[in-house]
Design a protein around this ligand. Sequence first.
Ligand code: SF4
Length: 888
Amino acid sequence: MLRVTINGQPREFVEGLTILDALRSIGVQVPTACHDDRLKPYGGCRLCAVKVEGAPRPLTACNTPLGDGMAIETHHPEVEALRRTLLRMLAKEYPRQAVRQFPDKEFHRYLHQYGLADELQGAGDPDRVDDSHPYIRVDMSQCISCYRCVRICEEVQGQFVWQVWDRGSATRIVPDSGGAFADSSCVSCGACVDACPTGALEDKTLLTVGVPTDWTRTTCPYCGVGCEMLVGTREDRLVQITPVPDAPVSRGHLCVKGRYAFEFVHAQDRTTQPMVREGGLWREVSWEEAIATAARELRRITARYGPDSVGVLGSARATNEENYLAQKFARVVLDTNNVDSCARVCHAPSAAAMKQMLGTGAATSSFDDIERARTILLCGANATENHPIVGARIKQAALRGARLIVIDPRQIELATYADLHLPLRPGANVPLLNAMACAIVEEGLCDEGFLRRRVDGWDEYRNFIKQYTPERVAPLAGVEAGGIRQAARMYATEQPAICFHGLGMTEHVQGTEGVMCLVNLALLTGNIGRPGTGVNPLRGQNNVQGSAHMGCEPSNLTGFISLAEGRSLFERVWGTPLQTAAGLNLMQMFDAAAAGRLKALWAIGYDVFLTNPNAEATRRAFEQMELVIVQDLFLNETAKAFGTIFLPCTSSFEKDGTFMNSERRVQRVRKAIRPIGNSKPDWEIICTLARAMGREEFFAFRSPEQIWEEIRAVWKAGAGISYARLDEGGLQWPCPAEDHPGTQVLHAERFPIGERAALRRVDYTPTPESPNEEFPFLLMTGRSLYQFNAGTMTRRTKNSLIRPSDVLDVSPGDAGRLGLEEGARVRIYSRHGEATLPVHVSTAVKAGEVFATFHTAEIFLNRVTGSHRDGYTGTPEYKVTAIQVKRA
Ligand code: SF4
C-alpha cells in the first residue's frame, strides 16, 4: 500500500494508480480536457496539474504515477491560477453561443466554474462547420485540440479517421478524406462525438430535438455482441444514445447501429393498430377483435387439422421472457412442439455441433478472452461489419501484436490486419480445417497431455485425419498448402489461441460439420477450458442465442434441454402433459405447408419471407396456409404478402426484460419510453391470446420479472440470475445459485457430458450446388455494417443514406470482362430465381466469386438463393449459389 496525503488528509492506495485515479477513487475532482478513461494517459492539456510537495512545478495528475509519501494539493491557488490561464487560452475565440446552448458540456462546465463563460467573445465560424454526415455535425471553431477524437478513433475503434495536420498555431484536426467528413473512412461509431468535451463533434439530434431530460440504461437491439447503452429521451421520444462507460462487453463504445439507428422507433409507417385482412384488404380493428379472431382461427385450424398443423416462430429481437412464452404457448396452448426461431437459419449448426461434442451448445469463452489470447482464429465471420465492437476489439488486439488468422473467401477488413489470410473457396471449410488438423498431428503439435487427460477417440482420429494433408487439400480449398501449415502451426503453438466463427461457417450444407472441425482443432491443441482459448460462435441478432435457449426449438426445451431429458420437469412446473415427439423446425414447417400439412403460422418479430432462402419455394408454402399471424413493428414483407392478422408489438426501447448475448451473458432490457400508439409488448400479446384460448392459468403473468422467475424454476443453469442481481450488471450462465458469480470460461475441469470429449471424424461432402457454363459465378450472401438483417429497423434510419441498397460485389477482372462499371445494374440468375441490383467493383472478392447483402426488399436477393440444407440442423446454404450475371 502507498501512504499519501491529499489536501492534508492521510490516505492509503494500492500500487499502480496515477494521481488522477487516486483522486477520483476518493471523490476529489480536478478538471481534465484531454483525459478519457478509455484512452491512454496523455497529459496534453495540463488542466489536471496538481501541486506535489517537493516537485519543482505542478504535475499532471492523469499521467503521473502515484508515489509513496506524496503530499498532494489539488486546489492550491498556484494550480487554480494555472488552470484559469490554460482555460482562457483554450477558450480564445471559442463561440459564446455554444456555451449558452449546452452549459452541461464538460468543457463548458469548466468555463463556468472558473468564471470565464461570460468573457467569451467568439462568434463561431460557419466556414469551419461540416454538415455532410447524416448523424454528426462538425464545428471546428469549437475544437480545443485535446485530440480525444483522434486518439479514440485510433485506440478504441482502430479506424484512424481523424488526423492532425500542420504544426504550432496552424495545427488542425481533419478527417482522412482531407475534405468532407462524409467522404472519410469514418464508420459512424460516434466514439469521437462521445469523447469530444466541447461539442466540436456533436450528434445532430441534440441540435434539432434538444438535450435529453431522462436516461435509461439498456441493451442494444441489434447484434449478438450485447453492448449496453444509455438511452436519452425527451417528452417520450428517443433523442440520443450513448455508450455505458463501464459496460463489460462494449467498454464505453458502440457501433453505428447501436448508437444512431434508433429512428425506426418513431418512423411514420410504424404500424401500431391491430389489423385483420378481409377480401385482400387490411382493416384496422381493436385489440379485442384481433385477439378474438386469432383465437377463433387457431381453434378452428387445430380442431380441423390437428395441433401439428400450426407453427410458432419466436423472435431473435424479442426478450428471453417473450421467447419463453412463445414456446410455452406452442407447447401448452396449441399442444405442439412446432416452435422454432431464426437460429435455424444461422447458428443452429454451432449449437448442435458444440452440444454433441462438448455438452453445451454455446460459446465456450467470453469476449474478454480476445485480449487474453495470443492467437485469434477468425473463421467465416466479418466481425468489423457484423459484430463491430468485437471486430474493433480484435483489431486492437492485432495492432497490439496478437497473431490473427483469417479464414474467409473475401478480403474482409480484418484480413488486412491478419498475419495470415486463407481466402478459401466458399464451401471448403471442412477440408481446410481438416488439413490444419492433419498438419498439427503430422508435425507433432498436439497437446499430448490434454489428449491423454480429456479426449477420447484419438487413435481412430489420428488414422482418419492422415488423408487430409494440406498438399492434397490445397487445390480443393483454393489456398496454398504452406498457408494451411502456417495457420496450423500458429494456432497450435502460439497459445492461448481462441476461435470465433460466424455464418461463413454455419450457413453451409456442411455447417454443423464445419463447427465440429473447429472443436476438433481446439481439442487437439488443448485450446479450450482456459482463459484466452475456446470456440465461440458470433451470434447475429441480439437475442438469437436467447430465443433458442429459451426453448423456441422443436426438440429442445428451455435451457437447450432435450424433450426426452426435460419433459417431466416441465410437466411438473407447468402442471400439464406435453407432446413427446419433436416438432417441425422452421424449414420443415415450410415443407409441411407446401405439402398441405401445416395450415397456420404465427411469426413473431421475424420477416421470414424476405430472409428465408429460395423465396419462390417460401411463397408456394405460404400460399397453402390458411392463417398467417404476423407480430411486428411494421407491416413487413411477410405481412404484406401473406398476413391475415397483424398484431403490433413494441420495440425493446418500450418494454422491460432481458437479452442473452453471444457469450452467454444475460443482461437487462429496460423501458425508456411508453409503447408507441396502440402497440403492446410481445409478452402481453402472448398472454392475452393464451387467455382468449382458455389457458389463462398458465399465462397469468403481470410483468417480465414474473416470467423470469418461472424461467429460473425450469432452467437450472440460470437459477442464480435474478433481476436484482442483473441490476448490478449482466451475468454469464451457468449461474446455478444466487451466490454463484457466473461462468466466463466453460469446460475448465470437465465437460457437461463427462470428464472427456471425443474427437469427431468429419469427412467432406461437397456442396451440391456448383458453377457451370450456364451459371459461372459463385454467389455468397451476407450482411453489412449499416443495415441489419431484413432491414426492418435500419432501413428506416439515416443508415440508408450511408448504405442505400444491396450491391453485388464483383472483382475488377470480372467487371472488366463483363463490361460492368461501378453502379451498373445487373440481373443475376440462379437455378432458383433472379434479382436485379447495382454492381460494386471490389477487390475484396476473387475472380469467379461475387458477394451481396440481402437487406433490401425491393431487390429481394433470396429469390436467387437455393434450398440445400445442413444435414444435421436443416440450416440453409446461403453462401454457395451458382449464378449468371448479365447487365440489366
Ligand atoms: Fe449494438 Fe452489436 Fe453494434 Fe454493439 S456491436 S452497438 S450490440 S449492433
